[in-house]
Design a protein around this ligand. Structure first.
Ligand code: COI
Length: 354
């Protein structure tokens, strides 16, 4: 497919890299393309980052038929720009598309245009430690129609945002709260797709947790509210004795790429890692018998987010003395080391852009 490039007439000032938050600033250019049944995906273009108009009846706005991804571009010490397992993001985007009845996107083409966009925007990739350029590929249903069915037309776009830490805590332990009032997703639903509705479903519980001084919600399964599924918008890991455990993928858990990277690195190093069901009762029992050594979230935005405290009902459990544990530290250092080109890349995950 042909790609047209229109350069922005006026470039924005670059932000102060020491003050970057998450997801508030956007670069000068974006990628877009459209889908129509008779044309397939077409009109691939890089142009100025700009608002676009939507009919108020646009299906995405009403029924959330859409999917998105999140990945990052990293600047290495020598000034190169690189991606971490980007092919996995486009593969997952297509899995989400299939679940949401959205026509699939050519994964190689998407990666190719992303590299071109990043080459144009290379000066936007920050260099300060722990900063990166967050990449948000998104696909939305575009038909102006209020009936519930699959849209016939779609738009795919990629926007870029220079970011620092996702959580104000940075790589410091967060306090989380178990919710038994709400669930994030159920098996057979859309929990394993990266689709806006899952995030909308999580907001009320998240707000309530914030009001009580907790930064994230620990989600239990949507059927029995017995098994642990995710934390906030991340996957979750536990260290019980010497076993690193994460809930097995069951249809309602998002198959995180950071999750998969922890598992693959653990296997590569011969650490004892398992994907299995883990109940809240097992967690409490492991805490009572001092076997619960660490808890941490894993996701693209925060990489590894150690948990220092869990509130369940009226009980508050302190984890790892409220400090960052050695396993969370080891995986944080290993994954960020690979991402920023500071450590060896034993599993061939890095894709160089420039
Ligand atoms: C992640 O990367 O951990 C997320 O899913 C958060 C993102 C939706 C901002």
């Amino acid at each position: 497919m042909e790609l047209t490039v229109t350069e922005a007439e006026k470039l924005k000032d670059k932000p102060d890299e020491s003050k970057l938050g998450f997801g508030t600033l956007f670069t000068d250019h974006m990628f877009s393309m459209d889908y129509a049944p008779d044309k397939g995906w077409h009109s691939a273009r890089i142009g100025p980052y700009a608002p676009f108009t939507l009919e108020p009846s646009t299906m995405f706005l009403h029924y959330a038929q859409g999917a998105f991804e999140g990945l990052k571009a990293y600047r290495t010490e020598s000034g190169n720009i690189q991606l971490f397992r980007p092919g996995e993001n486009f593969k997952r985007l297509n899995r989400s598309c299939r679940r949401l009845c959205i026509p699939e996107i050519d994964e190689d083409f998407a990666l190719d245009v992303l590299k071109k966009l990043l080459t144009i925007e290379k000066d936007w990739v920050p260099a300060q430690p722990e900063t990166s350029l967050y990449i948000r590929p998104t696909v939305i249903a575009m038909d102006p129609y209020l009936g519930v069915r699959a849209s016939h037309t779609y738009r795919f776009f990629i926007i870029l945002s220079p970011v620092g830490a996702y959580y104000p805590e940075g790589f410091n332990p967060v306090k989380i709260q178990v919710t038994s009032e709400y669930v994030r997703a159920v098996r057979g639903g859309v929990g394993e797709a990266k689709t806006p509705g899952n995030y909308a479903a999580s907001i009320l519980a998240g707000e309530k947790a914030h009001q009580e001084g907790y930064s994230q919600v620990l989600w239990l399964d949507g059927v029995e509210q017995k098994y642990i599924e995710e934390v906030g918008s991340m996957n979750i890991f536990f260290v019980i004795d010497d076993e690193i455990v994460t809930p097995e993928l069951n249809g309602s858990i998002l198959p995180g790429i950071t999750r998969d990277s922890v598992i693959k690195l653990a296997k590569h190093w011969g650490d004892n890692v398992s994907e299995r069901k883990i109940s809240i009762a097992e967690l409490i029992e492991a805490h009572a018998s001092a076997k619960l050594k660490e808890v941490f979230g894993a996701g693209t935005a925060a990489v590894i987010s150690p948990v220092g405290e869990i509130k369940h009902g009226e009980e508050v459990y302190t984890i790892a003395g409220g400090e960052v544990g050695p396993v969370a530290r080891k995986y944080y250092d290993a994954i960020t080391g690979i991402q920023y080109g500071k450590a060896e890349d034993p599993l061939g995950w890095i894709v160089r852009v420039v």
